[in-house]
Design a protein around this ligand. Structure first.
Ligand code: FES
Length: 75
């Protein structure tokens, strides 16, 4: 897990970049897969909506990359 990044999932110390990496580089496409790979959203679940939003953003980034369009910065 990233050490300098702000954690999206405080329980499991998972950052937005960890979630992005799970989607873009490790093939996760939904909450269950990201949870399995990173541990995010596996405890109190208060981060679940934010994790879902990050997954959708990363999937959009992936679709744009596959279309050959320039990538937008991931926030
Ligand atoms: S903050 Fe993510 S499971 Fe609690």
């Amino acid at each position: 897990m990233a050490s300098r990044a702000t954690h999206v999932c405080l329980c499991c110390r998972v950052s937005a970049e960890d979630i992005r990496e799970a989607v873009l580089q490790r093939g996760a496409r939904n909450l269950e897969a990201v949870a399995r790979l990173t541990g995010a959203a596996t405890a109190c679940l208060s981060c679940q909506d934010e994790v879902e939003n990050l997954i959708q953003s990363a999937r959009q980034e992936l679709r744009e990359a596959q279309k050959g369009q320039p990538l937008l910065p991931f926030l």
